[in-house]
Design a protein around this ligand. Structure first.
Ligand code: GLV
Length: 406
């Protein structure tokens, strides 16, 4: 039923059904807002205005619909946010080479990845706590993924349980896994993902500690009571370590002793029948170790600049990783993608597919499932236009020659 509504919406990007869910979804935010005298977030859009012409246009509409502290969590990055800025600037600095008068007959954007056929190479990246953006959280995102035939990676820190998401979508789902300090707990999450029909595990390897999140600190972000890590319900919560003056804040905490290593990846690969990908690779040495540990895929990512600031942009790191991997496993990428031309550039430099995180959250906050679907629709449309104008009718025709060289 919801899908039919969404399909209709995709013609005009407006729906009364979403409007009627609306009062429901925003009410608690209003109550919190009123008690804090912070500005009230607007309700999600029921009609996508024509002013939203590209993915980046969603950001302002999203910001107006999310509590300021939650916005600081969702939309900011680590420290001075230089990597986040560079993720964008690096795409803009690459120029494409056009190619005209090439037959596009039989063109498509399909690909096969880890044994599954996908209609296009745009995946939804794992992002924690979608309910910070919209009351329906990951259920809305997964509905949009289904409607737009996109793969979706669900976060360990999703605000709807992995079972509930899987039961409410036919979108191909992968599960993003944070290896827990306790192996039995990690295994419990893996088994749940296997049983719920997830098709792959994506282990985030670049965040053994939380980054220096100054924007979140300044905004005083804490999870509101209606948003929880649904998959971790009932599991012991790691206690925050606050070092006494003069003591070591990280190494003195015992935290360092439980940080995962490549041995844990090798163990995981042997402990599950699902393909295991690692996300957060920028260094070719990490790619080498990942392949040695038996991974089925590598995701080049700097975590949207949210962990270690001043890392290079993902697209700058991609060629080195692709060289090291040398075709042995697929390489995917996320970080700063806002245009179909960015996707062409990523594929030209060796990625098999891309993931988008923040634009999805912006679409979700602005207009729920409709907004996410629209974001995916825009990206796919722009990708196909760019492919035609670069003379590529299939993804495997997008090669280095598509990148302009002076
Ligand atoms: C979680 O992965 C985050 O970046 O906050």
């Amino acid at each position: 039923m919801c899908l039919i509504i969404l399909a209709n919406v995709l013609n005009r990007f407006e729906t009364e059904a979403i409007a009627s869910c609306y009062a429901f979804s925003v009410l608690p935010l209003y109550l919190i807002a009123m008690s804090n005298t912070t500005p009230l977030p607007l309700p999600p859009l029921s009609v996508i205005p024509p002013q939203i012409a590209c993915v980046a246009d969603y950001e302002a509409y999203a910001q107006a619909r999310v509590m300021p502290a939650s916005w600081a969590y969702l939309n900011s990055a680590a420290a001075d946010q230089l990597t986040r800025r560079d993720n964008r600037l690096a795409w803009d600095a690459i120029r494409l080479q056009s190619r005209n008068m090439v037959s596009m007959s039989g063109g498509h954007t399909e690909l096969t990845l880890l044994g599954t056929r996908y209609k296009h190479p745009v995946f939804i990246a794992p992002v924690a706590y979608h309910r910070l953006a919209h009351r329906d959280g990951e259920l809305a995102t997964a509905l949009a993924a289904q409607a737009m035939q996109a793969g979706m990676v669900l976060s360990t820190l999703s605000s709807v349980s992995l079972e509930e998401v899987a039961a409410n979508t036919t979108a191909p789902l992968w599960f993003q896994l944070y290896i827990q300090a306790d192996k039995a707990q990690t295994m419990m999450l893996v088994k749940r993902a296997e049983q719920a029909g997830f098709r792959a595990l994506v282990v985030t390897i670049d965040a053994p500690v939380t980054g220096v999140r100054n924007a979140e600190q300044r905004a005083g972000f804490t999870l509101p009571p209606h948003v929880t890590a649904a998959n971790l319900a009932g599991m012991p919560v790691a206690r925050q370590h606050i070092a006494a003056a003069g003591n070591s804040p990280v190494f003195g905490s015992g935290l360092a002793d439980g940080m995962p290593t490549w041995d844990d990846i090798a163990w995981l690969v042997s402990a599950t029948h699902l393909p295991v990908l690692v996300k957060g690779v920028l260094n070719p040495q990490d790619a080498r170790d990942a392949i040695r540990a038996g991974v089925a895929g590598i995701i080049v990512s700097n975590h949207g600049g949210r962990v270690l600031d001043t890392l290079p942009a993902s697209i700058q790191a991609l060629p080195g990783v692709v060289r090291e991997v040398d075709g042995r496993v697929p390489v995917l990428l996320d970080g700063g993608i806002r245009r179909g031309t960015d996707i062409v550039k990523a594929l030209a430099l060796g990625a098999s597919a891309v993931m988008v995180g923040l634009p999805v959250i912006h679409g979700l906050a602005a207009a729920g499932a409709t907004g996410v679907a629209h974001v995916l629709h825009i990206l796919r449309t722009e990708l196909e236009i760019a492919m035609v104008l670069c003379g590529c009718k299939r993804l495997d025709e997008i090669g280095k020659e598509v990148i302009w060289q002076p």
